[in-house]
Structures are given as structure tokens and as C-alpha cells.
Design a protein around this ligand. Structure first.
Ligand SMILES: Cc1ncc(C[n+]2csc(CCOP(=O)(O)OP(=O)(O)O)c2C)c(N)n1
Ligand SMILES: [Mg+2]
Length: 897
């Protein structure tokens, strides 16, 4: 045992004959081995610690060693016996393997190019099955159970199991990747949007699963520490590909896990040593690399490298050469061994040292080929899971050595295996006999599904095991909403206006949030999330009010404790102050925004951030959030390309509205006044949490101070649908219409005055809260009209609202022109968009707006210019007006400057 746990490798230094004495080292090792044998590993560990300490005191620099020997972390003598019926479980697994493969194979035979993966599941099958049979809890009493992030492209295996369990119909399985044929079907990957009572966690975009799982585990603790859910032994399991660990999202936040002592989190990395094109680390060892990274980040690392059949070889090998050989091989070689078979393994792996050839002399080539990798041995996997589940104080990662394309014959461990969609007839036949699938050869060749009868031992066992563990998984549930949104009266303060005081929409939003946090019922459900920008948005008062969540409480006395708004951290604090990580914050937003289903508590996240560092940075996570049917409010702060002064090109956002508008369940709003925000937030809460609609909101808030008017009567519907008239022309019918959004509404109002006073042109001013909502409404109506040519035409809301108006429309936005241009199809030749296309600059608002030609003067000039083109204003006068108003006709177009 001592040799396995503490191999010479751990103590190895680059050899130098002048100072190395083999004899002396051997003596020390022998003494050490004796100590460990007699007094146990703990004593050994203490001794080494003491020696290292002494070495440091004497100024000896020790190399940092984060890798342990290339063997299983759990020595075989410490294993517990497997508690299940291994024979039966193997049969079940074989059936799942078959159906998973057949599902993809037959579909590609029928519909070439429809895709699907067979080699990923083949490598992860044992890792999943041991979990399904012995670990994955569907429920703890009346509490939801484990949350499992399945490796996305292993989905055929998860479907195949559910098919055997009788939860998915044959028709569904036969329609894998055929979702649009009017029959029950299955989506390619874990998509809660497409299979809402099955999947909970979208994972297939690499890196998003592990990051979301990490923050999910932290959010679970947050809910427990705040007393919102009881603490249970539930776990978050994340199955991750080894290639997937290259994504920064996978590894970028690991220290959160150890910092927060997330022993409710288990990563299982399916180390099949391959990704899509080829080996993950052909010239190195991905498992060593990951071990060092996770260990360095403070995780508990359990390596499951070798199956039980290697144990006897370790016993036979007295020379230590077997381990030496394992350590010197690189992953490219390990892959080749599996791809090339037993004879090759004998010659190339064992053959390097004659002593090693001897220990396998009694084994056939076939036996050598079948020597199992740890991740395919249920006994080893079970023991690793058991340790992981019992481990306390940090998260665990299990690094499981597997074979990509396991059991797929000629596709096994080949570089091209990831792309393999169908098997040749011989491979199917071989698969059938290797895994003893009881179907006729003819059916095997067709890739027929196979499910034994309900009362067969296999199905009975599977069901029994799941029953024992609380029910089937994956399974997504949404309890009926029991939530009453606060009425609009609750927002009275926000609706009343600022009584002439200059405030920003951000300030207005923050005080609204403060009010909501005080709400007797829903206050506790609010989850404010900020990535180190609380002060930017004036949220110090909220920090004082509800505290920052800190799992350890506050271990220090903050320097500003004597101040009213000190930095308050609490074990039951409500704010998630994530530090500088928009991706981490988005992962928290996802955990909170899906808690209504995962924990049955309708948490309401408000993630407030720098709008520029939002979608363009973490857009894929937003997409996954929508897929997961997430609900909540994304608040894009310091919004706009001209409103934030001084910060310049990298900070000035003029396009996040375009990006968010592409997410089907996202409602985007660009409000000008605080009462508009109140109406949007109130209705959002009602729709998401009271009515249970799967949607979320993106609302931009700005930092320009101005007086907030009181809400005019009857504008609620307009605010929500995207437009209402804010100020009609003073005297006379408007011949031009000015649209304004966000702070640009004020510019439009100033333009209205300029037009009236200087040029006697009457203009109406409209607040456009959402071009996106207006466009979606118009598109839906247009589609209806297209599909019902014999019915009377319906009119989109935007045309309804503008009915009876005439003349050009000048739309001013702090976003790019594409935002208002969304309405071009319905506003025909009326629309002139003024926006902030181009790179931002560092300057103040006045100069920025002049530069981008969106200030009041530019709006007025644009109106006159357009009126002139329509023959309603003298063209020469319009040209002169442009000059008078200070709009520089000769300067370079800001869009390309
Ligand atoms: C962000 C992202 N980039 C690329 C892909 C395409 N892709 C799908 S599977 C795969 C290889 C995955 O390799 P690995 O993580 O090792 O999983 P394995 O199939 O080997 O278990 C790639 C690149 C993706 N799904 N997501
Ligand atoms: Mg892989």
C-alpha cells in the first residue's frame, strides 16, 4: 500500500549523480515505508509535513508538487464491495448502450446528416449508470433532490434509459432529432425549452454546464443559509467532457468552490482523452493537468484511472515499473493502445521493459485489450462516488479515465469517432454479440430498438432502484404558481415622479428595489446580483439594508463600520456580490431564475451590471438561461453610447438592445422615466411569477440626472407594448413626430421646442420604451394577415397608435440605428433613425451627442431636412437650419470614425 500511495515519483527531483546517492535514498525510503506500515499513513503524512517545514526553515526550495502517482486515488484495499447486482446492472447498461447507439444509427440511416453522437455516451455509460442505480436522488422527503448536469452530447444514453424505464415512448425515441413532424419526438440535447418535463439544465454549449453547476451549488447554500429551503444532503453533479475543460468557463471559477466549501458539488470529468478532432492532450496527460489545476484550486481530487483487472498486475509488479510505464506514456499513446488492440499493447506498452512483459505473459491479446480503464469499472466508480458524497469541506472532482467509442469496434478510440453517426453492418453485429443484445441479427443491422418486457428482471431492477432513490431522473417539475405580484400601488413612490429633483433612472430603479426588498411577502424572494458595481449604481444603501451574502459571515471589522452605509457581510445576507465576473453573476442569475422549478421557490433575481459588459460577453449563457426557462430581470446599467460620460470606446454600449432582441423569451425595454420602469417591473413580476410565463426582462437604466415626471394617466398599456404619446405639439396638428427612448426622450422634447420656437414646426413627442416589443407585435400580426388572406386585415399596435398622424418620424436612441429601424417595414417612408452607430469616445454627454448627431439640435435638423425632402419646408432654409443648429455637415460620419 505504501508504495502505491507514495511512489518514488512524489519524491523525485531531477537527478544529479553528484548529490544523489541511490543507496541513501533507498535507505530513507525503507525507513519511511516501515513507519507507514507500522503506524499508518497519517503518521507518514505528519512526518513529511515536518520534514518539508524543516527544509523550508533551512532555506531549501521545494518544487511544488500537485500531482499524485498515475494510479487510482482510492487503493483497492480501501474499497467497499459493490452494493448492487453487477450482472444485472451490466445487462441493463448494455441495453442502454444498444438503444442509445441504435437511436442515432437508425436515424442517420433514414435521414443522412441528421447527426447525433454515439461515442460520448459509450465512454460515460458506467459513470452515469452507477449514479442512476446508487447515487442520484430524485427527492429527499418532500424536498427536491440532486441537480444533475448531464454531458450534453451523451443525451442518447439518458433517453435510452428513460425509454427502458417506460418514461419515453418508442415513438419519441424513433423521432430523435425529428422534432417537427407532428409526432412526439426528442430534441438533440438537454433543452428544457423543448422537453420541459424532462431536462432542467442545458449543457451542450461547452463550458456552460460546469460554470452553472458551480454557481448552482453556491446558490443552494445561499438558499439554505437564508432559511429559504431546508438543508438536505442534496448534491449538484456535473458531468463534463475532458475537452470541455479547455473552455475558460469550465475552469475559470474553480476557486469559488473551495472558498465556499461547496461539498455539495461533484464534478465528474469523463477523461476519454479525446475531443472532436483528436486527442485532448496527445503529448501530455489531461488527467495530470486537471488534477494539478483542481488540487491547486483547493478541490478534493479523486482519480479513477484503472479498472479492477489492473489490480493483480500491480500486485505482480514488484519493480515499480508498471507505474513508471504508466507515468511515462502520453495520452496519444493511451489512445493508440485502445485503437490498435492487444498485440500492440503487449509490444508497445508492456514490451518496453522485459519485466513487464513477464507479468502479462499468461494473458491473451484479447485480455490485454480488454484491460479496463477505471471509468468503465463500476466497482471503482462506485467507490469514487461514495467518497465524493461523503467528503466534507470542499467540492470533489472525479477524474475518470475512459475510452471514447467504448464497444464500438473499429470506432473505438479513433480520432474520427466523435463524428461517427452510424455503424457498419459488421460493427452492429459485433456490438450485438459483445453486449449480448437478444435481438435477431437482421434487426440488429437495422438498428432496431430493444426493450425487454415490463416484468423482466432488468426493467424491474431499474425501476426498483429509482424508486429507492426517490423517483426517475432527469425530471423537471414546475409547481403551480402561488405568488401574488405587488400591485402598482406598491410602486407609488416611483410613479409619483421626483418633484423636480434631478435623479437618474438608475437611482429610481435602486430605490424601487429597496422598496421591493421591504415587501412583507416577496421581499425575501428578491436576489440582487452585482458584479462589483454596486457603488457605480448607488446600491450602498441596499448593502446596508439586506447585507451581502457571505457564507462565513463577516470575519473582520470593516474599516467603515462607523459609517451608516458600511460594507456589511452576513451569513444570511441577501445580495450576491460576485466580484468581477459577469459570467459568474449570470450563472447565479440562472440558478436564481430557475429556482421556481429546481427548488420550488420563486426567487426573483435582479442582476444589475454595466450594460456593455453584458450580452456581448456572456451571450451564450443568456441563451442557455432562456432555454432553461429562466425568469428574472437583467438590468443594464450605465447604458447608452452617449449618456455615460468620459469612459469611452470599451464602455459605451450602443448595441445590447439589438443583441437581446434576438432572444425569443427576452423582453427588452429602454425606459426614459422611473414610472416606466415601475410599470415594466410590476407587470414582469405578474407575468413571470404570478402567471407562470417563461420569460425574462432586459431593462436599461442610465446615470443621467433629470427631473422624473409623475406618470400621466392611462399610459400603462403603451409603456408595456412599447410606445405612448408623451407630449403633444403645443397648438396645431403635428406635421412631424419625434420618438425618444431612454434619456434621448429629453433631447426629443428639447427638439420639439426648437422646432416650434425657431421654425414654427409642430411636433408630437412619443416615448418609445421598446422597439422590440412593437416589432414582435407587428410581425405576429403580419404573419396572421399573410396566412389569412380572405379575412379582414388586422393592424399592428404601432399603426394603431399612429393612426391619423402624418408626416415624418424622427427616432432618437442612445443605441444604434438598427434599434428603431426594426419598425421600418410598417413605417414605410416615414422613419428617420438617429442612433449611435460607431465607436464611442471619451467626452461628456454634450459632446458625445453632438458627435453622434443625436442631440436635440440634430433631431430638429433631421426633422426639417426630411420635411424639406417632402416639400413641406423650404430646402434652403433647412440647409441653413442645419448650420444654425451646429450640426456639422462636413464632418466625418461617426459610424466609421
Ligand atoms: C462552445 C462549444 N464549442 C464547440 C462545440 C462543438 N463540440 C461538440 S462536442 C465537442 C467535443 C467535446 O469533447 P469532450 O468535451 O472531450 O467530450 P467527449 O465527447 O469526448 O466526451 C465539440 C467541440 C460545442 N458543443 N460547444
Ligand atoms: Mg473527451
Amino acid at each position: 500500500m505504501a508504495t502505491q500511495e507514495l511512489s518514488p515519483r512524489v519524491l523525485e527531483f531531477p537527478s544529479n549523480p553528484e548529490i544523489d546517492s541511490e543507496e541513501e535514498i533507498a535507505e530513507w525510503l525503507q525507513a519511511f515505508d516501515e513507519l507507514v506500515d507500522e503506524e499508518g499513513p497519517r503518521r507518514g503524512c505528519r512526518l513529511l509535513e515536518a520534514l518539508v517545514k524543516r527544509a523550508r526553515e533551512e532555506g531549501i526550495e521545494m518544487p511544488v508538487q500537485l500531482n499524485t502517482p498515475y494510479v487510482n486515488t482510492i487503493p483497492s484495499e480501501q474499497e467497499v464491495p459493490y452494493p448492487g447486482d453487477r450482472q444485472l446492472e451490466r445487462r441493463i447498461k448494455s441495453l442502454i448502450r444498444w438503444n442509445a447507439m441504435a437511436m442515432v444509427h437508425r436515424q442517420n440511416k433514414k435521414d443522412a446528416g441528421i447527426g447525433g453522437h454515439i461515442s460520448t455516451y459509450s465512454s460515460v455509460a458506467t459513470l452515469f449508470e452507477v449514479g442512476f442505480n446508487h447515487f442520484f436522488h430524485a427527492r429527499y422527503g418532500d424536498q427536491p433532490g440532486d441537480l444533475i448536469y448531464f454531458q450534453g452530447h451523451a443525451s442518447p444514453g439518458v433517453y435510452a434509459r428513460a425509454y427502458l424505464e417506460g418514461r419515453l415512448s418508442e415513438e419519441q425515441v424513433k423521432n430523435f432529432r425529428h422534432e417537427l413532424r407532428g409526432e412526439p419526438a426528442l430534441p438533440s440535447y438537454p433543452h428544457p425549452w423543448l422537453l420541459p418535463d424532462f431536462w432542467s439544465f442545458p449543457t451542450v454549449s461547452m463550458g456552460i454546464g460546469p460554470l452553472n453547476a458551480l454557481y448552482q451549488a453556491r446558490f443552494m447554500r445561499y438558499l439554505e443559509n437564508r432559511g429559504i429551503i431546508p438543508a438536505t444532503p442534496r448534491k449538484v453533479w456535473a458531468f463534463v467532457g475532458d475537452g470541455e475543460t479547455d473552455e475558460p468557463e469550465s475552469m475559470g471559477s474553480l476557486t469559488l468552490g473551495s472558498r465556499e466549501k461547496l461539498d455539495n458539488l461533484i464534478f465528474v470529468v469523463n477523461c476519454n482523452l479525446q475531443r472532436l478532432d483528436g486527442p485532448v492532450r496527445g503529448n501530455g496527460k489531461i488527467i495530470n493537468e486537471l488534477e494539478a489545476a483542481f488540487r491547486g484550486a483547493g478541490w478534493n481530487v479523486i482519480k479513477v484511472l484503472w479498472g479492477g483487472d489492473w489490480d493483480k498486475l500491480f500486485e505482480r509488479d514488484k519493480s515499480g515499473l508498471l507505474l513508471k510505464r504508466m507515468e511515462e506514456c502520453v495520452d496519444g499513446e493511451y489512445q493508440a493502445y485502445k485503437a490498435k488492440g492487444g498485440e500492440y499493447i503487449r509490444n508497445e506498452f508492456f514490451g518496453k521493459y522485459p519485466q513487464l512483459l513477464e507479468i502479462v505473459a499468461d494473458m491473451s491479446d484479447d485480455e490485454l485489450h480488454r484491460l479496463t480503464r477505471g471509468g468503465h469499472d463500476p466497482q471503482k466508480v462506485y467507490n469514487a462516488y461514495k467518497r465524493a458524497v461523503e467528503h466534507r469541506g470542499s467540492p470533489t472532482v472525479i477524474l475518470a479515465h475512459t475510452v471514447k467509442g467504448y464497444g464500438l469496434g473499429s470506432a473505438e478510440a479513433r480520432n474520427a469517432t466523435h463524428q461517427e453517426k452510424k455503424l457498419a453492418d459488421e460493427a452492429l453485429t459485433a456490438f450485438r454479440s459483445r453486449f449480448a443484445i437478444p435481438i435477431p441479427e437482421e434487426s440488429a443491422r437495422e438498428g432496431s430498438l430493444y426493450r425487454p418486457p415490463d416484468d423482466s428482471p432488468e426493467i424491474t431492477y431499474m425501476r426498483q432502484r429509482r424508486k429507492q432513490l426517490g423517483g426517475f431522473l432527469p425530471h423537471r417539475e414546475v409547481p403551480a404558481p402561488q405568488f401574488e405580484a405587488p400591485s402598482l400601488e406598491h410602486f407609488a413612490e416611483s410613479l409619483a415622479g421626483s418633484k423636480g429633483r434631478a435623479v437618474s433612472t438608475t437611482m429610481g430603479y435602486v430605490s424601487m428595489l429597496r422598496q421591493l426588498l421591504k415587501h412583507p411577502e416577496i421581499g425575501k424572494l428578491i436576489v440582487p446580483i452585482i458584479p462589483d458595481e454596486g457603488r457605480t449604481f448607488g446600491m450602498e444603501s441596499i448593502i446596508r439594508q439586506v447585507g451581502i451574502y457571505a457564507s462565513q459571515g463577516q470575519l473582520y471589522k470593516p474599516h467603515d463600520v462607523d459609517m451608516l452605509l458600511y460594507y456589511r457581510e452576513e451569513k444570511n445576507g441577501q445580495i450576491l456580490e460576485e466580484g468581477i465576473t459577469e459570467a459568474g453573476s449570470m450563472a447565479s442569475f440562472t440558478a436564481a431564475g430557475t429556482a421556481y422549478s429546481n427548488y420550488r421557490v420563486p426567487m426573483i433575481p435582479f442582476f444589475t451590471y454595466y450594460s456593455m459588459f453584458g450580452f456581448q460577453r456572456i451571450g451564450d449563457m443568456v441563451w442557455a438561461f432562456a432555454d432553461a426557462r429562466g425568469r428574472g430581470f437583467l438590468m443594464g446599467g450605465t447604458a447608452g453610447r452617449t449618456t455615460l460620460s468620459g469612459e469611452g470606446l470599451q464602455h459605451l454600449d450602443g448595441h445590447s438592445h439589438v443583441l437581446f432582441s434576438a432572444v425569443p423569451t427576452c423582453h427588452t425595454y429602454d425606459p426614459a422615466y422611473v414610472y416606466e420602469i415601475a410599470v415594466i417591473v410590476q407587470d414582469g413580476m405578474r407575468r413571470m411569477y404570478q402567471e407562470g410565463e417563461d420569460r425574462f426582462y432586459y431593462v436599461t437604466v442610465y446615470n443621467e440626472d433629470y427631473a422624473m415626471p409623475e406618470m400621466p394617466k392611462g399610459v400603462e398599456e403603451g409603456i408595456l407594448r412599447g410606445i405612448y404619446k408623451f407630449r403633444a405639439a403645443d397648438g396645431g396638428k403635428a406635421i412631424v413626430h419625434l420618438f425618444g427612448s431612454g434619456p434621448m426622450l429629453n433631447e426629443a422634447l428639447r427638439a420639439q421646442e426648437i422646432l416650434a420656437q425657431k421654425y414654427s414646426v409642430a411636433a408630437d413627442v412619443w416615448s418609445v420604451t421598446s422597439y422590440n416589443e412593437l416589432r414582435r407585435d407587428a410581425l405576429a400580426i403580419e404573419r396572421w394577415n399573410r396566412l389569412h388572406p380572405a379575412e379582414p386585415e388586422k393592424r399592428p399596435y404601432i399603426l394603431d397608435v399612429l393612426n391619423g398622424t402624418e408626416g415624418p418620424i424622427v427616432a432618437a436612441t442612445d443605441y444604434i440605428k438598427a434599434v428603431p429601424d426594426q419598425l421600418s417595414p410598417w413605417l414605410c417612408n416615414r422613419l428617420v433613425s438617429l442612433g449611435t452607430d460607431g465607436f464611442g469616445r471619451s467626452d461628456n454627454r454634450q459632446h458625445l451627442r453632438r458627435f453622434f448627431e443625436v442631440n436635440a439640435e440634430a433631431i430638429a435638423a433631421a426633422a426639417l431636412s426630411r420635411l424639406a425632402r417632402e416639400g413641406k419646408f423650404d430646402a434652403q432654409r433647412a440647409q441653413k437650419a442645419i448650420e444654425e443648429l451646429g450640426v456639422d455637415a462636413a464632418k466625418i460620419d461617426p459610424a466609421i470614425a
